[in-house]
Design a protein around this ligand. Structure first.
Ligand SMILES: [Zn+2]
Length: 297
C-alpha cells in the first residue's frame, strides 16, 4: 500500500517535471542553426544536437566538395547561422569560400571538425601527379575513419555547447551515446574486413585512405587532380590491377566514371559504387565494408 502510494507520487512528480521541461523548451524553442559544409558532418550535428538544432548543408548530395561553389542564397543564409561546421582538412571548397564567409559574417562561429585528428599525407599512388588536386596538403577525407569520427563528435559537441550552453548536458549525453555506437561500429567493421584476403583495392577518387588505414587495406587511386589520366597512367593502373588480380574499380557518385568503366573493361572486371559523402554515416560505412568484403574476397 505504502509502496503503491509512493509510486503514484513518483508518477505525479515525473509528470510535473515533464510538463515543466515542456514549458521551458517552448520558451527557448529557438533552435541552434547550423550549416555543415558536407553531408556526413550534418549527420554528426543531428546526432549530437537532436531536436535542439536545425542543420543545412552547403555541398548538396552528389556535389563535389573539391569544386563546389555556394549559391548566393547559401551565402546570404549564413547571416542567420549560429554555427558553421567545416571539415578543416583542406577541402578546396572550404579553402576557397570560408575566408569570404567570414568577411561577410564577422561573428560567424566556426567548428573545425578535424581538430585533434592526425591528418595523413596523400598516399604515394595519388601524390605523383603534376599538381595533384590535394596539392601539397594532407589527404582531406579523414571523416571516413570511424576512429576519427569519435573526434569529430567531440569537436561538434564542444561547439554546440559554446553556442548553446543551456543544453550542455543534452549534448554531452548524446555525444557519449554516439561514441559508444562508433566504437561498436569500428569493432564490427574490423570483424567483417579482417577476413578479406586480397587487401589492395582500386578506387577512382582517392577518398578511402583513412578507412584503409584503419582496417589494414591498401588504396590504389586512379584519379589525379580531378583530371583524366594520360594513356601512360591508364596503362600503369591496368598493369597494377593485373599484377594484383584486382577485378573491381570502386567509384563514387560525385565523380564521372567513364575512365573507371574503361579500366574495368580492360581488366575484365566491373565498377562498384561506394559513397564518401553520404549523410547516413554509420550505415554508409557498413555498406562500403560489405562492398569491400564482397569484391576483394
Ligand atoms: Zn575527395
Amino acid at each position: 500500500m505504502t509502496i503503491r502510494l509512493t509510486a503514484g507520487r513518483m508518477m505525479a512528480i515525473l509528470l510535473f517535471f515533464s510538463l515543466l521541461t515542456g514549458c521551458v523548451r517552448q520558451e527557448s524553442s529557438e533552435k541552434v542553426r547550423v550549416v555543415a559544409s558536407i553531408e556526413p558532418l550534418a549527420w554528426f550535428v543531428e546526432r549530437i544536437g537532436g531536436e535542439r538544432v536545425s542543420v543545412s548543408v552547403m555541398v548538396p548530395a552528389g556535389g563535389d566538395p573539391h569544386s563546389y561553389e555556394p549559391t548566393p542564397k547559401q551565402m546570404a543564409g549564413l547571416a542567420s547561422a549560429d554555427l558553421f561546421v567545416k571539415a578543416g582538412s583542406g577541402v578546396e571548397f572550404e579553402l576557397n569560400w570560408i575566408p569570404r564567409m567570414l568577411e561577410l559574417n564577422r561573428g560567424l562561429r566556426i567548428c573545425d571538425a578535424s581538430t585533434g585528428v592526425r591528418l595523413l599525407p596523400m598516399g604515394e599512388h595519388e601524390a605523383d601527379g603534376d599538381g595533384h588536386h590535394h596539392e601539397g596538403g594532407p589527404d582531406p577525407h579523414f571523416w571516413l575513419s570511424p576512429a576519427n569520427a569519435r573526434l569529430i563528435a567531440v569537436n561538434i559537441e564542444q561547439s554546440l555547447v559554446a553556442a548553446d550552453p543551456a543544453n550542455r548536458d543534452l549534448y554531452a549525453a548524446n555525444r557519449l551515446r554516439l561514441d559508444g555506437e562508433l566504437r561498436a561500429l569500428t569493432a564490427e567493421l574490423a570483424g567483417r574486413l579482417g577476413a578479406v584476403r586480397n587487401r589492395k583495392f582500386i578506387v577512382f577518387h582517392p577518398a578511402w585512405g583513412y578507412f584503409a588505414r584503419d582496417f589494414g587495406l591498401e588504396q590504389i587511386a586512379v584519379e589525379r587532380e580531378g583530371k583524366s589520366l594520360t594513356p601512360v597512367q591508364m596503362a600503369s593502373v591496368i598493369q597494377t590491377a593485373r599484377d594484383q588480380g584486382i577485378r573491381t574499380v570502386f567509384v563514387s557518385p560525385q565523380f564521372s566514371s567513364a575512365q573507371a568503366e574503361s579500366i574495368a573493361r580492360d581488366i575484365g572486371g566491373r565498377t562498384v559504387q561506394i559513397d564518401p559523402l553520404s549523410r547516413d554515416y554509420g550505415n554508409n560505412l557498413r555498406h562500403a565494408a560489405e562492398s569491400f568484403v564482397r569484391e576483394l574476397r
